[in-house]
Design a protein around this ligand. Sequence first.
Ligand code: PFF
Ligand code: NA
Length: 453
Amino acid sequence: MANVKKTIHGEWSSRFAFILAATGSAVGLGNIWKFPYITGANGGGAFVLVYLLCVALIGIPLMMAETMLGRRTRQDPINTMEILTEEAGADKNWHYLGWMGVAAGVMILSYYSVIAGWSTAYVLKAFTGSFFDADPAVIKDIFDDFVSNPLRLTFWHSLFMIATLLIVVRGVNNGLEQAVRYLMPSLFGLMILLLGYAMTTSGYFDGFNFLFKPDFSKLTGDSVLTAMGQAFFTLSLGMGSVMVYGSYLSSDISIAKTSIIIAAADTFVALLAGLIIFPLVFTHGLHPDSGPGLIFKTLPIAFGSMTGGWFFGVLFFIVLAIAALTSSIALIEPAVAWLVESKGYSREKACTQAGLVAWALGLGTVFSFNIWSDVKLFERTFFDLIDYLTANLMLPVGGFCIAVFCGWIMHPRHSEQELNLGRPLWFKLWMLLVRYVAPLAVFLVFLHVVGVL
Ligand code: PFF
Ligand code: NA
C-alpha cells in the first residue's frame, strides 16, 4: 500500500528532527518582518484577532491535512496529488494543485530572498556601529538609503539565494535538520531579551493595546483576506511545502500533536515580534503603517540605545537571516522534489534551475524599492503584486482545494488511518473543520473581497 513506500529522498531521523525542520519552515520573515508591518498597515487588534482565528480554525486542521497527504504517498506534491486522486477514483485535474504549489513556492522565494538579503546586510550595519546612539530619523535614512541602490540589493539577494541552494543541494538529513537545531532556541532567547527592552519603553502599553485591542471599524474586506493569507503564509500552508516535509516523516508519529506544537511556536514568535515592534513605534512617534521597512526602521533604535545593543544587534540580524534560510529551503523544496522525481534531474541540476528562476524573478522585487517604485499594476508595485498573488490568492486557493480534497474526495477511512487520532471524536472534529469550516471560510472571504457579500 502507498503508505509503506519509502521516499527516495530520505527520512527525518526522529520526531524531534521533523518538528525542528517544520518549525524552521514556519518561523521566518513571515513572523518577524511581515506580521508586524501588515498588522500595522491593517489597523492592529481586529486584524490580529482574525489572523489568530484563521490559524486555529483553518491553519491547524490544514497543516494536519497536508502532512497526512504527503506522508501517505511519500512523493512530491504533484505526484502525491496524482496518486491520491487515482486512489480515490477522482478527476485527474487535481494534480494542478501540486503545480500551483510548486509555482507559489518559487514566487514567494523570489522576494523572500531579497528581504532576507536586507537582514544579512543589516548584520554588517550593526557590526560597524551604524545604529549607535542614532535617532529614529537617522535610522530611517539609513534604511531609505540602503534600499535605494538596486545593485547593492541584488548583491545581498544573490548571496542569500546561493546560501539557500547550497543547503538544499545537500538534501534532507544533512542540510535541513542541522540548520534548525540551534537556531530556534537562539531566536527565542533574543526575542525575549528584546521584549524586556520594549517593556521599559514609554510606548509599551500603546503598543500592547494596538496589537490586542480590536477596533472593528478598521477591518475592511481586503484586510480580512490579508489576515487569512497571513495565516497560510506564516504556517507555510497551501503550497505543498508541508506535504513535502510530511513525506519525509515516519509513520509512527502523531500528526496532530506536531501540527499543534508547530502552529503554537509560530504564533508565539509572531506575537512576540509585534510586542517588540509596536512599543518602539509608539515610543518614537513612528507610523505603524510604514510598510516593509518597519522592522528595519524600529529595531535598530533599540540596538542603538540598549546596553550590549551592538552585540545583540549583530546576533539578531544573523539569527533572522538564518530563520529566513530555514524557510527558504522549504519554499524551494517542492520544486526540487518535483524536478528530481518527475524529470529525473540530479539534485544539483534541479536546485540550479529552480533557484535561477526565483533569483531572476526576485530582481523585480529589488527594483520595486528603487528604480521601479513608481511602476504599478493594479495600484501595486511588483513586490506588492507578487506578494498579493501568492499570499492572498494562491495559498488560500491551494488551502481551499486541499481542504475540499481531504474533506470530500479522499476516502475518510484512509485519512482516519493516516491521522490515527485515537478517539473517534477528534477525527470527527477534524473532518468538520476541513469539510465545512475551512473551505467555507476561504470562499466567503473571497466573495466579500470581490464585493458579492
Ligand atoms: N512560513 C514562512 C514564514 O512565516 O516566514 C514562509 C514560508 C516558508 C511560506 C515556506 C511557505 C513555505 F513553504
Ligand atoms: Na511563520
